[in-house]
Design a protein around this ligand. Structure first.
Ligand code: BJW
Length: 229
């Protein structure tokens, strides 16, 4: 690895796979016969809120039983120990495993399972319990809480900050993402056009693999700590 420079790291579901959290597209992308793309949309929530709340209640409960793996800890260590510039971690993951591993300069661009969003008063709040029974918002009392998750067709969070970090980065590293979902799938192209060295760490080549200068294949729990060393 180069010894100086600003680093932007993008993580996807493959980073949490060895913690026991299913990826989206590896197992056929199905949940109870529904395509994830048909559950993770504002239209699905409008059509059948109970179905969508059940999907997220189940996953919110599940992640609370999981623990960070060696990849999460290696990235947190990199941020603590890197004195050659900044380390910005942008995750598409909605679990809290990077947080629990100790990453601080962290952007959850697709939202977080452990957060709820009141669409009546626009408050976001830490949330660990089920939402299916329509609990009142602690802030305004309306029964209008939804998962604080970026669904298809919604704008991912903190895009301006992400673009600023990409424009300033010298090293871009993509970990455990299929490159199937935009805008995250386009980050490598932007980073590369800005002159960054682009490295992919994944179990298999992603859809945007040709944009990377270098690809290292293997499970994140092995290849991420090896890269950080
Ligand atoms: C391992 C491993 C191990 C396994 N070690 N590796 C047509 C063309 C282009 C774009 C579009 C289009 N039609 C629609 C769009 C836009 C759309 C999109 O990209 N759709 C595509 C499906 C085509 N994007 C959006 O809608 C986004 N918003 C947007 O664009 O806004 C613009 C806008 C403009 C103006 C007004 C309003 C808006 C929003 C995207 C939201 C994504 N949400 C989801 C679900 C949320 C959460 C949830 O329910 O959990 O986020 S989708 C799902 O995919 C989730 C993930 O974050 C995301 C990415 O998946 P990821 O992480 O890459 O997982 P997998 O499973 O795909 O891949 C895992 C990888 O790991 C694989 O490569 C494995 O090999 C690897 N792996 N084990 C290392 N041990």
């Amino acid at each position: 690895m180069e010894m100086t420079g600003n680093i932007v790291i993008l993580t996807g579901a493959g980073c949490s796979a060895e913690s026991g959290i299913d990826t989206f597209r590896d197992g056929g992308g199905l949940w109870e016969q529904h395509r994830v793309e048909d559950v993770a949309t504002p239209e699905a929530f409008e059509r059948d809120p109970a179905l969508v709340q059940r999907f997220y209640d189940m996953r919110r409960a599940a992640i609370q039983t999981k623990a960070p793996n060696a990849a999460h800890y290696a990235l947190a260590r990199l941020e603590r120990e890197w004195d050659g510039g900044t380390v910005t971690l942008v995750t598409q993951n909605v679990d809290d495993l990077h947080d629990r591993a100790g990453s601080k300069n962290l952007i959850h661009m697709h939202g977080e399972h452990l957060s709820a969003w009141c669409t009546a008063c626009d408050t976001r709040m830490g949330w660990t319990a089920p939402l299916i029974e329509g609990p009142p918002c602690p802030s305004c009392g309306a029964a209008a809480l939804r998962p604080d998750i970026v669904w298809f067709g919604e704008m991912p969070y903190r895009m301006e900050e992400i673009h600023d970090a990409l424009r300033d980065c010298d090293i871009f590293v993509s970990i455990g993402t299929s490159g199937a979902v935009y805008p995250a799938a386009g980050f490598v192209r932007l980073a590369r056009e800005m002159g960054a060295h682009c490295l992919e760490l994944n179990l298999e080549r992603s859809q945007g693999s040709a944009w990377f200068h270098e690809t290292r294949l293997g499970p994140a729990g092995d290849i991420v700590p090896a890269w950080v060393e």
